[in-house]
Design a protein around this ligand. Structure first.
Ligand code: HEM
Length: 702
């Protein structure tokens, strides 16, 4: 029996080529698809053509399945082993291919070709991740974002394995397993998933004063990104650049997004996790698929040993940053992500980044966190990917020639020939050899002093840069930070942990401590712990703000239009045209999916149903409704949520008369961010940013 023909392009092509599968019905009513003689065959892994992929081999039609059935055993065995261990941290990630193009040579400082050959495009694979959650967790928890870039250079792979925050929680890698155990879900109850708002995290942090600078960053809106295309990336540690003469210069790497920074509000983030758990991954997929390629500038901070000695902190301490005002950034290139992976598992899941992957002309520093990382990644990848040959996977293999005498082991894909698998040798003329001049060299350095488990005294200042960060924020950002701390600590069950944290905040800013304490219902401020050194008043650094780095653009943003039968066709067309011209996308939302019939009788295709496409998915909204539709929607709680959330999340709202009726029904008062849709220019300008002035009218601030 042949079933009905459908008209998808793939089916039409198959039909044209005479390859449309025949569908037949088996004895038990099950459907079988079988191909003609030209059709690719379904086989076992040994190439055996299958006659039936729907029934296992049974002793009789209702009898037991036979052990003899090697076909079901092969298929299910493979399936049983499909999952590999997920990354212990950064399990949830989104990756894409692209290129890095150097625009300014660092030839004075390094011999690395990737940093000296201006105009050359080096292929890259970039993976952006959350840290705490499992691979199936939502994209939008409050969390640091990993920002890992693999450059496939002519001289070997260079991995810049950074985060979207320029500092880290701890100064020494020996603390990392404890930190991660404290962040992850608690071991006796297996929750909370992907969240720092719980006792074990804050217990550990309250006992780790060196984390206080990082605490300021993670409690800021930097950890609530609107899009992965709108975050910065930082290499965090100082690395070294080495020129041909062997001279060494310190370097810090920064990625800066072309679209500027943008964040969501906390309440929006909470709702986004339900509305679209894949919000960031989908955004990246859609941007790349539509040709709006995500782009970042690569910038460096360069400084000498003498410069470093004069800094009021130690640059080997990963809890410190070098303010841009102290060492300005130099832009040296750009990265464009222009190709989505062919297969998520093969590429995004199996990619293995490692901070120890550097190329000639670069070297590490003695940062004790970096030194530990140099060991950890290869070690974990041996267990995650199951064999020391994972460098042969296409996503991990260098794109330049590579050869050595390492042999065999699980999943060896290469077939080296000949007798010689050692070096030096006289028996193989074409054997790979050392290259003393342009091969990899470490920086020459002398190490003196007493061996021991000793933290440098210069690492002892744990609060000054935290204070500098807090004081550098706009008052609105300071408020968000204080509210985040109140939220997080309110989830902590043990009062002594809350008190310990507020005690630390007193060293950062008394006012912050006071705001958080009253938000937590404390009647008096707990004592501050002893600080190892006096806290300094460092000059504020406006570059640390997120708001200061937002761009006045609608590029990469999405505007939602709430419409219904009878909506004004002219208004919808005008707004869609203006929004598209400004570089944003438009999505049309109505009560039901399908079409709506507009005022002029034309039909408008709808992108999403109201219940499945709430306003949290948009950067600004317009509500264009006939009076009758507005009356009908004012009875719909999803429509009320649509406008109330857009208002509460500080978004620009454009309305016609029907839209205004709906807003009134929702109890929304007009402010500068709510305007008649006729004022298109004003709407477009307002849609580029959040309506910060509205915030005090919509929530009680910490
Ligand atoms: C500056 C501090 C750090 C940064 C910026 C950082 C960044 C990252 C990033 C971006 C990833 C995800 C890579 C990917 O997308 O596959 C990652 C994974 C990982 N990190 Fe870190 N990390 C830091 C500190 C550490 C430390 C101190 C350790 C251990 C001593 C560590 C161990 C790991 C491990 C085991 C993974 C999983 C790797 C894998 O399975 O492929 N990290 N880190």
């Amino acid at each position: 029996m042949t079933k009905g023909k459908t008209t998808t392009p793939a089916r039409a092509k198959q039909r044209k080529q005479g390859m449309e599968p025949t569908v037949s019905v088996g004895a038990g009513g099950e459907w079988h698809q079988s191909g003609g003689s030209d059709q690719a065959r379904l086989t076992t892994n040994q190439g055996l053509s299958l006659s039936d992929n729907q029934n296992s081999l049974r002793a009789n039609s209702r009898g037991p399945t036979l052990l003899e059935d090697f076909i079901i055993r092969e298929k299910i065995t493979h399936f049983d082993h499909e999952r590999i261990p997920e990354r212990i941290v950064h399990a949830r990630g989104t990756g894409a291919h692209g290129y890095f193009e150097l625009t300014k040579s660092l030839g004075k400082y390094t011999s690395a070709k990737v940093l000296t050959e201006v105009g050359v495009q080096t292929p890259v694979f970039t993976r952006i991740s959350t840290v705490a959650g499992g691979s199936g967790s939502a994209d939008t928890p409050r969390d640091v974002r990993g920002f890992a870039v693999k450059f496939y250079t002519k001289e070997g792979n260079w991995d810049l394995v950074g985060n979207n925050v320029p500092v880290f929680f701890i100064q020494d890698a020996i603390k990392f397993p404890d930190l991660v155990h404290a962040i992850k879900m608690e071991p006796d109850r297996a929750f909370p998933q992907a969240a720092t708002a719980h006792d074990t995290f804050w217990d550990y942090i309250s006992l780790t004063p060196e984390s206080m600078h990082m605490v300021m960053w993670i409690m800021s809106d930097r950890t609530l990104p609107r899009s992965l295309r709108m975050i910065e990336g930082f290499g965090v540690h100082s690395f070294r650049l080495l020129n041909a003469a062997g001279d060494s210069t310190f370097v810090k790497f920064h990625w800066r997004p072309k679209l500027g920074l943008q964040a969501t509000t906390w309440n929006e983030t909470v709702k986004l996790a339900g509305a679209d758990p894949d919000f960031h991954r989908r955004d990246m997929f859609e941007a790349i698929s539509s040709g709006a390629f995500p782009e970042w500038e690569l910038a460096v901070q360069l400084f000498s040993e003498e410069d470093a000695d004069a800094f009021p902190f130690d640059h080997l301490d990963a809890t410190k940053l070098i303010p841009e005002e102290l060492v300005p950034l130099q832009v040296i290139g750009r990265m464009v992500l222009n190709r989505w992976p062919n297969n998520f598992f093969a590429e995004t899941e199996q990619v293995a980044f490692c901070p120890s992957h550097i190329v000639p002309g670069m070297d590490f520093t003695n940062d004790p966190l970096l030194q530990g990382r140099l060991f950890s990644y290869l070690d974990t990848q041996l267990s995650r990917l199951g064999s020391p040959n994972f460098h042969q996977l296409p996503i991990n293999a260098p794109k330049c020639p590579f050869a050595n005498h390492q042999r065999d082991a699980h999943m060896q894909m290469a077939q080296p020939t000949g007798r010689v698998s050692y070096e030096p040798n006289t028996l193989a003329a074409d054997s790979p050899r050392e290259h003393p001049v342009d091969g990899f060299h470490s920086a020459v350095s002398e190490e003196t002093g007493a061996k021991g488990r000793i933290r440098p005294e210069r690492f002892a200042d744990h609060y000054s840069q935290a204070r500098q960060f807090y004081r550098s924020q706009t008052s609105c950002e300071q408020t968000h930070l204080a509210s985040a701390l109140v939220f997080e600590l309110s989830k902590v069950e043990h009062p002594h942990i809350r008190e310990a944290m507020v005690g630390h905040l007193r060293h950062i800013e008394e006012d912050l401590a006071q705001r958080v304490a009253s938000g937590l219902g404390m009647t008096e401020l707990p004592p501050a712990p002893a600080s190892a050194v006096a806290v300094q008043d460092l000059a504020p650094s406006p570059a640390l703000q997120l708001i200061g780095k937002m761009k006045d653009t609608l590029e990469g943003r999405t505007i939602g239009l709430l419409v219904a039968d009878g909506s004004d066709a002219g208004s919808i067309e005008a707004i869609a045209k203006a929004v598209l011209a400004a570089g944003a996308n438009v999505k049309r939302v109505a009560l039901n999916i399908g079409d709506v019939k507009l005022s002029d009788g034309s039909h408008l295709k709808i992108d999403g149903q109201l219940a499945g496409m709430p306003s949290v998915l948009f950067d600004a909204v317009a509500v264009i409704l006939s009076k009758a539709a507005a009356v009908m929607l004012s009875e719909e709680s999803d429509a009320m949520d649509f406008v109330r959330d857009a208002f509460g999340h500080l978004k620009a709202i454009g309305v016609d008369k029907g839209g205004e009726f709906l807003l009134n029904k929702a109890g929304i008062k007009h402010d500068a961010g709510v305007m008649a849709i006729g004022a298109l220019e004003r709407f477009i300008a307002a849609a580029k940013t959040r309506q910060w002035d509205r915030e005090a009218s919509v929530r009680t601030l910490a």
